[in-house]
Design a binder for this molecule. Sequence first.
Ligand SMILES: [Zn+2]
Length: 177
Amino acid sequence: MQICYFLKNYATKSKKIRIMKKLIIITLIITCFSCNSNAQKTKKDSKTYSVTKTEAEWKAELSPMAFYVLRENGTEPRFSSPLNKNYKEGIYVCAGCNTALFKSEHKYDSGSGWPSFDKEIKGNVAFSSGSEMYGREEHCAVCGGHLGHVFNDGPKETTGLRHCIDGAALKFIPKNE
Ligand SMILES: [Zn+2]
């Protein structure tokens, strides 16, 4: 009888242990994922950029959409930016700090609804890690402002890359100005 009780108890115990193990694994997976995004965030936040401002300063300077994109990693609605269909000659600078980020000669119509470029101005655009499927995040190397994502479905005849940029994060400076 006692053995029976022991076996029953043992069986319940091992079942409990199995459930506990599953719970621990699930918790670990969740923790891992949240750690990953936190780690990325911390990494970006802790990096010092040559142009650094407080949230209040950025908010006072930027349009609400530019603040949402640049400082809060937001995405503007598709086809909302007047720069999406802008094909004039000139340069695209960061709306936060005026750093030159993209040239008009590298702009093309991707049909995505966001200004698209096949090449950035090297050194002025920085990239965070990210999956290929969702694109690597890209931001201004000078102020850290979020710009958009880069994908591998760009024009094959050039770089094969599509820098999908929020127009709100950019300012266009025509060539003769
Ligand atoms: Zn910037």
